[in-house]
Design a protein around this ligand. Structure first.
Ligand code: SAH
Length: 226
């Protein structure tokens, strides 16, 4: 069982609060890396979006005919995702859930997508997440991960307060340094997925956001469960 620690609570508060405003990563459409993956036929069958936020990637894949679920620990993000699905007459299942509790979903998927979630896990949470991922992905199924790389320069975390609703900013100084680093190296990806996984590729990619500069460097990984 994952123990709730103070810094987890701060991060959850941070995400929940920012969804009362308009987070810079909510671009109102899917990330282009995911559109390209879908168009290339790499996204197969049922899909789980881990840390789905307001659901733009999940809803795009639902529109393309996939059976899609999305989970996120920020209730306001899930509410927004459900509202967008209803408004667009799309069918997808959205649930409030921590990615460290994926095993409680009680079903498996052919594909799992992650747009900007993995890089917000702490070092000790990463193996817990990978174990949970193994519980919800079928053998031979693929996890696609889009995360910030060490090549990107991120705006200072505190500048995100501009996107927060007025007068709320959790005390991010209490976060562990790695939560603020938000960068993942190729070596770290390989280390996290060395047992029971096959890394198909790790490619340079960009994450889109409503920030200047608008594009941030990342890695797009395709990792299959053996
Ligand atoms: N995938 C979305 C959101 C990216 S921001 C998009 O592309 O727009 C990262 C998301 O991961 C946030 O919505 C945050 O609430 C979620 N998240 C971070 N850690 C999580 C955890 N431990 N469990 C569930 N969701 C988490």
């Amino acid at each position: 069982m994952h123990e709730q620690k103070e810094e987890d609570g701060i991060l959850m508060d941070f995400f929940e609060s920012i969804y009362h405003g308009e987070p810079p990563w909510d671009i109102g459409r899917p990330q282009k890396e995911y559109v390209q993956l879908e168009q290339a036929g790499e996204i197969v069958g049922s899909v789980l979006d881990v840390g789905c936020g307001t659901g733009e990637n999940a809803l795009y894949l639902a529109e393309q005919g996939h059976d899609v679920w999305g989970i996120d620990f920020a209730p306001t993000a899930i509410q927004k995702a459900q509202e967008r699905a209803a408004r667009r007459h799309l069918t997808a299942t959205f649930r409030v859930l921590n990615v460290l509790e994926l095993h409680t979903l009680g079903r498996t998927f052919n594909t799992v997508i992650d747009s900007g979630m993995f890089h917000s896990l702490s070092y000790e949470e990463r193996p817990l997440f990978v174990d949970n991922l193994a519980a919800v992905i079928r053998r031979g199924g693929t996890y696609f991960m889009l995360c910030f790389s060490e090549l990107t320069t991120l705006p200072d975390f505190s500048t995100l307060k501009d996107f927060m609703p007025k007068d709320f900013m959790p005390d991010l100084s209490k976060l562990k340094p790695e939560y603020k680093r938000l960068q993942v190296t190729q070596a770290e990806i390989k280390e996290s997925f060395q047992d029971g996984w096959r890394i198909n590729y790790i490619r340079q990619a960009t994450l889109e956001a409503r920030l200047k500069p608008g594009e941030l460097h990342g890695w797009l990984s395709s990792i299959s469960k053996e």
